[in-house]
Design a protein around this ligand. Sequence first.
Ligand code: IMP
Length: 423
Amino acid sequence: MAVDLLLGLQWGDEGKGKIVDVLTSKYNIIARFQGGPNAGHTLVFNGKKHVLHTIPSGIFHDNAINLVGNGVVIDPVIFKKELDKLEEQQIDYRKSLLISRKAHIILPTHRLLDAASEASKGKAKIGSTLKGIGPTYMDKTGRNGLRIGDLELSDWKERYRSLADKHESMISYYGVELEYDLNELETEFFKAVEVLKSLQLIDSEEYIHQAQKAGKSILAEGAQGSLLDIDFGTYPFVTSSNTTAAGACTGLGVAPNQIGDVFGIFKAYTTRVGSGPFPTELFDEDGETMSRVGNEFGATTGRARRCGWLDLVALKYACQVNGVTQLMMMKGDVLSGFKTLKVCTAYKYKGETITHLPYNIEPENLEPVYTEFNGWNEDLTEMSESAQLPKALNDYIAFLEKELEIPITIVSVGPDRKQTIFR
Ligand code: IMP
């Protein structure tokens, strides 16, 4: 059976966790394929909010298997904290959670290296979540990394020591002041590693192949967003993995011709957290309203997210790079009350009007061209059917569908599982 993909089409925080949770009842297996605890997937049900960082968003469903794929980077300390939270809620994860032996491990010194690298960049910093993501993927591609499967080797501690020592000398190379107690960090790390070792560690690509053969349905859950992709995002202000559809193939061991539907998640407006260009960013009252009504604060770092109008040029680009087959629009409810809405449909770029995403989208090169729409005042949060949606919102949706040539099959009108309209 084909593997369906679900990914974010903007700069992350689109609401992927909620939609995975909503769709999980249709799938046997939910698999994360890239990123790590820089992600914060928020789920709300039965009046309670849950935030997951590394564990797939299907974990709250009894029947789903949740797989952490080879493309993911795992911080044992954060992973253990996530498990502790699940235990508090009596979620029995031991049978339903599987981890790829090929996933890479985030060491305490990876986190320190991230902090040292960012501090050394000064104003040019990426705005990283400082979870050690970049340094861990650097060790992976540099062929120095430690993998989950290494935990089962008799000499794993020596391997750990040798890499951590190398990192310590690299930290001193950055020449920045970092206060840390490595002994303390390592005590916590090794304790968490023991917990990780007690879980089901598997050869995940083989597991997936067998599951496909047995007719199991699989949903691959992306993290971050397409504009943070290491190749296609706003480099260097990106994360260190392929967040786009191709990342699911390498991050799970699924062949391209085995991919089925690609669900693209986007917000009805745009947000970004961290540094980097953002053509439709708002610095006025409209931006403040989006931030306040949308509660736009990072689920992982608590940082305020930058807000702006929907950028259709960037969205079209993301749809193309991913081969999106269905769109899901989040947070339509946040736009209730705006008199006029704007959508960026082109850029003025070096004296020309263009409709594609150019190499350099720094603000000095580029100015957004907007199409305006009438707003609506109705509160959407209690609506449950497409027929209840205001005409102005339906016009907005119809315009996006026409421009993107992809159907919008879900409109989310609030954070709760129940606040989901299927079209
Ligand atoms: P890193 O992946 O933590 O190094 O962060 C690199 C950039 O990606 C920073 O701008 C982060 O704010 C951003 N980023 C990383 N993960 C997420 C996410 O899950 N949501 C939104 N932004 C993210």
